[in-house]
Write a protein that binds this ligand. Structure first.
Ligand SMILES: *Cc1c(COP(=O)(O)O)cnc(C)c1O
Length: 436
């Protein structure tokens, strides 16, 4: 059996321990929700204040040039590139994940419009906004969205056929924490002539990603989860250089124009990924995102040329392995089961549990109330509702930048207490909030 002393010893040997000092983690909080909104970097308040008071307040419009506001989407894009296996000049930070998905999926569909292919394939359990965006684009552009289970991508009866125009997947599933083999799936999609669109919302800053090595086509991802960019931080878009200058995105605003300050009446797209910008950028929000990106890139110091993610991945897997082991040792008989794959190659940086043994006063799984009871104790994870095909989920994200091994022990200790005492059955934990 693993003990608290063992966990403390792991922290003492952890080479990445000092990275935690980059963050302001509130006293008494065990934060296991960095997969939903990352913790605030310590540098963010001062940097954002500087942008507001100096660059905006004093520099005013001059700051587009003097404070390098103008190329911020590309400069930050180059930082994102370092954690997603892309090259400088291939990524822009801009807009939301949903909007960027609209842009890249539109471009991919334009690329396939004369191919006779009519299907966009995605997973039933993909994050809903991805499916909603795909639904409306398919309707507009005359394609059909086909929802599948991940298992249907493999084997002789695979859904990957010459009818598929685009395979749109989220690399790490937001509900289950299951991770796809990007390189193998991209190769299988290309073998039937389909293009791939990858959502990296739960991958960027969480697991090593190798977009160019995987020969992927399009990718987008989120700035406020593992990249710690702040609530609603700008997202990012990457397009393989073989497509970037070839196809247009639909939101042809002036920031994606080849020469916006020529003010010509006709749109001429910028070369490369620059055309994926639309309008004037949110400079203050981008400043927050840069602080977040720098917290992740700080891990590069620990792993030389292999980049930040190789170092972070080792710790992330050790943390999630430990959490799984402790839950299984200490919560046995409480009806919890592991939803996240045990195999490292198939696991992101979160662990999801379901509860199959309902003695919830409201007749459900109890998952929501258990998460609420944990939050009341300062252990912040989250809950994702299930339906007839998917169980309710208790979700725990492990960001190795600021979570330690003793934190894992303490969070499981709270879970044990919440379950054994029946504390979660209290009425106050069974009332639903607007944001879960
Ligand atoms: C978090 C997340 C998003 C978020 O999209 P927004 O446009 O930022 O609201 C999109 N897709 C996936 C897979 C996510 O996990």
């Amino acid at each position: 059996m693993t003990t608290l002393a063992d966990c403390r010893a792991l922290d003492a040997q952890d080479p990445l321990r000092a990275l935690r000092d980059q963050f302001t983690v509130p006293e008494g909080v065990l934060y296991l929700d960095g997969n939903s909104l990352g913790v605030m970097p310590k540098a963010a308040p001062a940097r954002i204040a500087e942008v507001v008071t100096k660059e905006w307040g004093e520099g005013l419009i001059r700051s587009w040039n003097t404070a390098s506001w103008f190329d911020l989407p590309q400069r930050l894009g180059d930082k994102v590139a370092r954690v997603i296996g892309a090259a400088p000049g291939e990524v822009v930070c801009t807009d939301s994940t949903s909007v960027n998905l609209y842009k890249v999926l539109f471009a991919a569909l334009s690329q396939q419009k004369d191919s006779g292919r009519k299907l966009v394939v995605s997973e039933r359990s993909n994050f809903p906004t991805d499916l909603y965006i795909a639904e409306s684009l398919c309707r507009e552009r005359g394609f059909t969205l086909k929802l599948i289970d991940a298992a249907e991508l493999q084997g002789p009866g695979s859904v990957l056929t010459d009818e598929v125009a685009v395979l749109m997947l989220t690399h790490v599933n937001y509900r289950t924490g299951a991770m796809h083999d990007m390189k193998a799936i991209t190769a299988a999609a290309h073998a039937v002539g389909a293009l791939t669109v990858w959502d990296l919302a739960h991958s960027a800053g969480a697991v090593p990603v190798a977009l160019n090595d995987s020969n992927a086509d399009y990718a987008i991802g989120c700035g406020y989860k593992y990249l710690n960019g702040g609530p609603g931080a700008p997202a990012f878009a990457w397009v393989n250089t073989r497509h970037a200058g070839e196809f247009e995105q639909p939101l042809s605003g002036w920031w994606g124009h080849a020469a916006p300050f020529e003010f010509t009446p006709h749109y001429r797209p910028a070369p490369g990924v620059g055309r994926y910008l639309c309008g004037t950028q949110p400079i203050i929000a981008l400043a927050g995102l840069e602080c977040g990106l720098d917290t992740v890139l700080a891990a590069e110091a620990f792993n030389g040329t292999n980049g930040a993610m190789a170092a972070l991945r080792t710790k992330s897997l050790a943390l999630t392995d430990l959490f799984i082991q402790l839950v299984e040792e200490r919560c046995a008989g409480q009806g919890l089961s592991l939803v996240t794959p045990r195999e490292h190659a198939q696991r992101g940086s979160q662990v999801c549990l379901s509860r199959e043994n309902p003695d919830d006063p409201q007749g459900g799984s109890g998952a929501y109330a258990i998460v609420q009871a944990l939050i009341a104790r300062g252990v912040i994870g989250d809950y994702r509702a299930g339906d007839s095909q998917m169980p309710d989920i208790l979700r725990f994200g492990f960001t190795p930048l600021y979570i330690g091994f003793e934190d894992v022990w303490n969070s499981v200790e709270h879970l044990v207490q919440v379950l054994e005492s029946g504390e979660w059955k209290r009425e106050e934990f069974n009332r639903k909030n607007a944001v879960t």
